[in-house]
Design a binder for this molecule. Structure first.
Ligand SMILES: [Zn+2]
Length: 288
């Protein structure tokens, strides 16, 4: 690391550092999903479709509003990179940064994945997570992060001087391109920061650097989502495998992931409040 020039601290440095933290978006100010409704829907749901995502590859899938879907670990520990779009308008897509600000660095049951501006509404609510027991470990790590972006060939080239074609960014580009029947380079601008499903990450305590460690996921584990709008999704089985040591290469042991889609008894959702796009007027301070 290059040495940094650190200016002398001001006389009131301790006082300035002692300012009390304030939660930017307290959970109490957000509309809460009715988890009892989702729980009753879950108990009626029937699997209608499944898609297996091969290792170091991705697949697209569609889920209708009101359906649920699971990302399931099969065969071995494997991290997945998830993108979500409004199936009817790809300009509305998962907004990792705002989801992080509204919830936390890692998400779990009861949290929602929010869409980009100017829509800013829940795309899904996480209805179940078999890894919720993990919590925060002694390294400060948690599961299912909305910190990382996705492994990609551009950063690889920047840092190592070599290209790698099966990073999550490229996998997701190929999967979306196949779904839309176009070339990957024509849709890669739709690929966005991901939910890192099953990934175990945190920030080092001394240097606050992003770290990963072996995912605790095991075959049979799943995270489950309730679709609040019609969704087009894409999931990449990351070339990092369980992300214990490496990514962006063919070195790590990689396993497939399974996407399962479920239809619930719709009468159980009778009282559900479906999200509309934000009602902000979008004048941004200009005269009406
Ligand atoms: Zn990846």
């Amino acid at each position: 690391m290059p040495s940094k020039i650190i200016p002398p601290a001001p006389a009131d440095a301790a006082l300035r550092r002692a300012a009390k933290p304030t939660i930017v978006y307290p959970a109490s100010t957000m509309p809460r999903p009715d988890m009892a409704v989702l729980e009753s829907a879950r108990h009626t749901m029937v699997k209608i479709h499944e898609v297996v995502v091969p290792p170091r590859n991705a697949r697209a899938f569609r889920v209708s509003r009101g359906q649920l879907f699971r990302i399931v670990s099969i065969e071995g520990p494997q991290v997945g990179d998830l993108n979500l779009w409004n199936a009817d308008d790809l300009s509305e897509r998962f907004f990792s940064g705002k989801t992080r600000a509204l919830h936390a660095t890692h998400v779990g049951a009861g949290d929602r994945l929010w869409s980009s501006m100017p829509y800013l509404r829940p795309m899904v609510t996480i209805s179940h997570d078999t890894l919720s027991w993990y919590g925060w470990d002694s390294d400060g790590a948690g599961i299912h992060d909305v910190i990382g972006t996705r492994c990609d060939p551009y950063t690889n080239l920047l840092l190592s001087g070599t290209g790698y074609d099966f990073c999550c960014h490229s996998n997701l580009s190929r999967a979306l391109a196949a779904e839309l029947k176009v070339e990957p380079c024509g849709v890669e601008h739709h690929i966005h920061d991901v939910l890192n499903v099953f990934m175990c990450t945190g920030f080092t305590k001394d240097t606050h650097q992003y770290f990963m460690k072996a995912s605790p996921v095991r075959p049979g584990d799943f995270i489950e989502f309730f679709a609040e709008i019609n969704l087009l999704g894409a999931l990449s089985a990351c070339p990092g495998g369980d992300c214990s040591a490496t990514h962006s290469s063919d070195v790590a042991a990689c396993y497939p992931l399974k996407i399962e889609i479920f239809e619930p008894d719709r009468t159980t959702l009778g009282t559900w409040t479906w999200p509309s796009p934000s009602e902000y007027h979008r004048r941004h301070g200009t005269p009406a």
